[in-house]
Design a protein. Sequence first.
Length: 834
Amino acid sequence: QPKTPTRDDGEFRDYSHSEISRDVATIKNSVVMHLTATFLRTPANIDSGQAYLASAFSVRDRLLQRWNLTNEYHDKIGAKRVYYMSLEFLIGRTFDNALLALGLREEYSKVLGDVGFCLEDIIDEERDAALGNGGLGRLAACYVDSMACSNYPGWGYGLRYKYGMFQQQILNGYQVEAPDCWLDSPNPWEFPRPDVTYPVKFYGHLVRDPQSEHRFKWESNVVYDAMAFDVPVPGYGTTNVGNIRLWSCKTNTLFDLNKFNSGDYQGATGGQVAAQILTDVLYPNDNTSEGKELRLRQEYLFCSATMQDILARFRKTNRPLSDLPDMAAIQLNDTHPTLAVPELLRILIDDEGLSWDEAWEITTRTFAFTNHTILPEAMEKWPVPMLDKILPRHMGIIYDINLFFLQTVEKQFPGDRELLRKISIIEESNPQQVRMAFLACVGSHKVNGVAAIHSDIIKQTIFKDFVRIQGEAKFINKTNGVSPRRWMNECNPDMSALLTEVVGDRSWVNDLTKLNQLEDRISDAGFRERWWAAKQKNKERLAEYILTTTGIKVSAHALFDVQVKRIHEYKRQLMNIFSVIYRYYQLKQMSPEQREQELHRVVIFAGKAASGYWVAKQVIKLINSVAEVINADDEIGDVLKVVFIPDYSVTAAEYIIPASDISQHISTAGTEASGTSNMKFVLNGGIILGTVDGANIEIGEEVGEEQIFFFGCLAHEVEDFRHYLRFNQPKPDAALQTAFDMIQRNTFGDAQLFQPLIDAIMRGGDVYLLSVDFPSYIQAHKAVEEAYRNHDEWVTKSILSVARMSKFSSDRSIQEYAEEVWNIEPQPVLNCGL
Ligand code: GPQ
């Protein structure tokens, strides 16, 4: 165990001279310095965009000091680090997050106020870093946040997409995609590192090493450069600053001097265009594998650069390669980074000269793998011919991994040919395919699902045989979590103030268990009133946001019923809109007097559909068509309003989530691995209407069954229903049939547009069991309305829920990973007064 240096023993650099100043005049100087020196402006002549940039750069200076300190310290004490490899990091905005973490929000507010700006407006100038699709990418961002806040030495690794998640516009009710040019203006939250650049090879051929039968030299002329950009991750209440290292494909090495000299100026840069494309765009698929060659090359660029970087850092320790697993734990965020496994083997064997057995031992002790879905369309498979062409050496290594694996299985279960066929990493289809989930599983020492039910399901389905072969202990559960920094402290200031009052200080931000003290206030009438007022204020803020983004005026006194997430058949936004149609029908049957007695409701949708996912896009069109008719119906007025908020994003979620009364998480049982927005809604005092699926189940266990509205069939019943519906017509109940009829009578425009959505149920086998769950869904809505009308009961539910949510802090998830998977410990940077 290396000795931990202290500030006095001369070994450790003294940072005290660069203490972060809280002095408003000093902060002002640094903002003005950036304004004049970085952006060539004068304080008398700036707009809010420039005020944002200058302020953000001055905050960044302070973060970078701590970034250096953190990494220098972790290097010095020889700390083991975790590397969280993810093709997606859905970060959102950073400015406000950094101000809160550094405790400088008041000070910057004052400085900006002095020059005539309001901090909230300045915060609004920042564009989201939207380098992810949905839950998987946001989870990665919450996890690096928790690592920093809990002082774990760890980095995220990802890609710096030039265009992030597309921007969604709604035109004539349809989703239209526009590019997300987020890097068009300077990005204060990245730090370019041209000195950290690695070459990454593609294509080419292999030459066998005459010295050794299993070593190869891989020769190729197609070499791209991957350059690092570091994104600091502010830790709240700690000096530690985390890091996300993002790779960008560098272009200038592909300049063709021969062409240039012969006068072909355009042709000389042809390579640049090709190189740029590798990190140009984020693939906009959620829970679906695209299978494009470009995506494979993107994945490999990522894996190769990351492994080279991790090994470069390891070599500086001068320890033998067999110590790598003692210095580095690598987590694979789904199968997208799985090529890191053969890449590490390749480097260890071909470049470092290790034997297969040595390299294999190091590799499997280093990697662990998280599965995030069991949807068949999301399972990554790459055709062998494609892999063989692009990465010939890796294809050979994968064959070897498979061979050795099958040999051990054959020894364990002699003569079981069927078993070998089922578990082979190579699927014997035409063409053959590499099953990436199997490769990731075999190459890792731990495999986990993301909620208890999901981890059970994967053990019974895709990894069933692997459990039998490799043992139960390898397959574990790590229920997801969310960061309380962003998903309470930042997005819900009024409720946060109440929590701080109850706890006595802000310590709950890094320790959600403290919220159990809320239970003591449950019968404090004054407190309950302020609790409700906080929710009400958030609803008014959202009503304002809805008005500016959609032009629709909604009443903040109605029940806010929210479903925001990627649009996907398994998430069943379609079932939601069918129930809205049925509700509309019922309201139309009533007399005006009766109608006014009904609970007023605003049904809020938001979410993006993958650009190539036609059904999901039609669902968006249906929602907008229904909204248009209902919102324009004077008889209905405020009794029912339907809103589709365009361009859902992390920032939009920060407005929407704190304002919900009820939120819907209604996937067909067994299909949503976990869900994470469900946790955010409940943490913000909203109640869930949901199926017995994913983390809904564990949320129910924690907050109590009275605090959650469950409905629908159970996961173990799904297979039988599906089987029945393959051979029998679905029988929609009267309510669902009414919704179909309304659509087919052209109530919401041309029925032809929506017939395919009805057909998917009535003729397509109703794979997601809408006809099965609809009756209990309508019942659950009734139960929600009744409960909401009992105001006192509702406030109690809301407070109790928040009090009992500590399990769903990502700090808890990260601590479990650290202790059970990564074997790393918190290493708080010595307190140097920073
Ligand atoms: N998830 Cl495979 C995604 O957001 N994208 C994906 O491509 C895959 C999974 C989600 C999953 O659907 C949610 O249930 C999880 O809560 C989330 O990953 C994080 O684990």
